[in-house]
Each structure stands twice: as structure tokens, then as C-alpha cells.
Ligand binder design. Structure first.
Ligand code: FMN
Length: 151
């Protein structure tokens, strides 16, 4: 399977840790959205899109790339994130919708907590310090193992 992972990780590198862990399992190419041309996505069987959650949604660079894509009907995708408050039902909503509009088939979603020192949280050392931890990364690996066996 030819897999690609597109991610943004700007706060503490939290999502980058998850992206690397799952890329190893999938043997996937790992890129930032600004490093790849939209037509290049056509050659992959499975594409993962992930970032930290910034004001209740994924990073805008992911939306910019997706906005420039041609119709991707039936192309398999998954979503992942790390967040201060891990509520994927809400945090993934906008990305889920953007991918759906382009015709992607979303085959799975993964999220975990990430160290968050945004704004006043910095004064108390942040929340979720140490996350993603090894257990979070193990859950991420298990998530993609399962995807691999389904596809
Ligand atoms: C500018 C900013 C906005 C954020 N907004 C949210 C948010 O709306 N909800 C949330 O749960 N976490 C929020 N966070 C916390 C990040 O989602 C969390 O720290 C994440 O793990 C960062 O991932 P990264 O290190 O890969 O960038 C925010 C962090 C920053 C810096």
C-alpha cells in the first residue's frame, strides 16, 4: 500500500510524534502540506491528514491544500490530531467536512491529548505535560495496524 501522511505540528511537536509513529507502521512518506503539490496526492492509496487543534480545528495549511485538490472521489483518507482538550467529535468536524466535500472516503480517525501551553495555560506549566506519551503512541500504532488490515 502506498501511503502518505500530511501533517502540521507547530506548538510542541506533539502531532509530529504521532505522525512519525504511524508513518513507520505504514511505511508512509511524511510531509508538511506546503511541501507537496496537490496533483501528487493522486498517486497514493491512503492519505493521513493531521495536526494539533488550534481554536477548535486543524491547522489552516491543511485546509488550503485540500481546497486546491481536484475531485478525489473514493480516495481513502484518515484524520488524526493532538489537542489540549481531546474531543475529536468536535475538533475533527471541519476537516471531516472539507475532506468529504472533495469526495474522500474517511476510513478512520485517531486523536490523543497533547501538551498545551497556549495562552494563560503557560503560567501553570500547561496541561497534558508529557503527552503524547508512549502509551498514546502505542494506541496510534494500533490504530494504523487496524487500518492496514482493513484496506
Ligand atoms: C494557538 C493555539 C490554539 C489552540 N487551540 C486549541 C483548541 O481550540 N482546542 C484544544 O483542545 N487545544 C488547543 N490548543 C492545544 C493544541 O491543540 C495542543 O497543544 C496540540 O497537541 C499541539 O500540537 P502540536 O505540538 O503538534 O502543534 C491550541 C494551541 C495553540 C498553540
Amino acid at each position: 500500500m502506498n501511503a502518505l501522511i500530511i501533517y502540521v505540528s507547530i506548538h510542541h511537536g506533539n502531532t509530529g510524534k504521532v505522525a512519525k509513529a504511524i508513518a513507520e507502521i505504514l511505511n508512509a512518506k511524511l510531509v508538511n502540506p506546503w511541501e507537496i503539490k496537490s496533483e501528487e496526492l493522486l498517486k497514493y492509496d491512503l492519505i493521513g491528514f493531521g495536526s494539533g487543534i488550534y481554536y477548535w480545528k486543524h491547522h489552516r495549511a491543511l485546509f488550503k491544500l485540500i481546497g486546491n485538490l481536484p475531485e478525489m472521489r473514493g480516495k481513502k483518507a484518515f484524520i488524526f490530531s493532538t489537542a489540549g482538550i481531546n474531543i475529536p467529535f468536535i475538533n475533527h468536524r471541519k476537516l471531516r467536512s472539507a475532506l468529504g466535500k472533495k469526495g474522500f472516503e474517511i476510513v478512520g480517525e485517531f486523536s490523543c491529548r497533547g501538551w498545551d501551553t497556549n495562552g494563560w495555560l503557560e503560567k501553570i506549566g500547561g496541561i497534558n505535560k508529557g503527552h503524547p506519551n508512549e502509551k498514546d503512541l502505542e494506541n496510534a500504532r494500533r490504530f494504523v495496524e487496524k487500518l492496514k488490515s482493513m484496506i
